[in-house]
Write a protein that binds this ligand. Sequence first.
Ligand code: ATP
Ligand code: MG
Length: 428
Amino acid sequence: MSKTLQAIRGMNDILPEQTPLWRYFESTVASLLDGYGYRQMRMPIVEATELFKRSIGEVTDIVEKEMYTFDDRNGDSLTLRPEGTASCVRAVLEHGITGGGQVQKLWYIGPMFRHERPQKGRYRQFHQIGVEVFNLDGPDIDAELIIMTWRLWGLLGIRPALTLELNSLGSSAARANYREALVEFLSARLNQLDEDSKRRLATNPLRILDSKVPETQALLIDAPKLVDHLDDDSVTHFAGLTARLDAAGIPYVLNPKLVRGLDYYGKTVFEWVTDQLGAQGTVCAGGRYDGLVEQMGGKPTAGVGFAMGIERLVLLLEALEQVPAALARQVDVYFCALGAPAELAALVLAERLRDQLPNLRLQVNAGAGSFKSQFKKADKSGALFALILAEDELAQQTVALKPLRGNGEQQHISWTALAEQLAACLQA
Ligand code: ATP
Ligand code: MG
């Protein structure tokens, strides 16, 4: 026998037991975003490799070691998207929908691909919902994005487990200033730095701030601080954001070491983190990227956005036991028929029920089987009621309605009254 094939490591099947929770999460987010006037975009999963190199930055972890890049049959270098912002910026530029200062509030959902070490909460194909806003440069929109996510955590019942971390990265000039001061400080202590940080000192020194190495963290205690190098405009902008969060009653923690792994951020950056998921604690992260559109060949255009990891949020819903009980039941009514003529009548009746009760979740027993085996299946389906049609019912043009949960009585209902009575029973 040949060996059965398996999915690629770090790329998961989402099984039927799990999809109700995913759909609940996704539809909760979608209607929240509808409520704030955000419109959905759908971008391709594959883009030119150049797009990610130019936007995310050549010396970031993602571009240096995490991208799935390949040559297609024409010899063009393509990449499975590691994130959505780059594609979204490409798309708005390509279609000219942010030109002339047009405000766009957009969101997207879909798989992202990064060649990381798979572990709980970290996969090679994972899913994000991302939000991007163009042409609004004030702190009010940064606040709106955070307020929106805060509301989402409330709707999902996971608010108490999440902490908002905030920082300002300042203007690119302020960052350049700070980078110089940081490099000077760390260069004088080169022999105390870990290998990764040594390498980053030349390529991306700000990333050293979120090094996980304790010795490096100890060294950073006395290092120059980004807050002391911020430009006035960024300071005012950040104060505008925190004032709004205070007004909205949203608690936050200032984290001066929050730098984010992508080059395009400036001014506001934020992360929602939890201690319930082990090392993979960031469930949502974002910030402002006012320079990115221009860097990608467009006119100067303010931009701000965030992305949340669906796998991690689904794990959090489970960890906090915030999975709505209603999700356990996917069938309301299970239709059992015995004998070929009854089966035919059941088929016609089931379709009539679907016409009359469009929201009904009705499963018709497929394939023959004794009543006993059909009942077993009905019970296992989680349905609240079974409908039963055999020779007697067929002769009388009725159906037996049998409650499967609790101890209600079985009753016979005429075909003409079935939809109405079934609806009443389901509501009770
Ligand atoms: P991390 O620090 O955990 O690697 P990141 O900064 O690389 O995260 P972003 O690029 O900001 O992550 O992506 C936004 C969100 O997407 C993260 O907060 C996380 O919830 C999720 N995410 C990122 N990478 C993965 C992954 N490999 N597997 C599952 N979820 C992920
Ligand atoms: Mg990462």
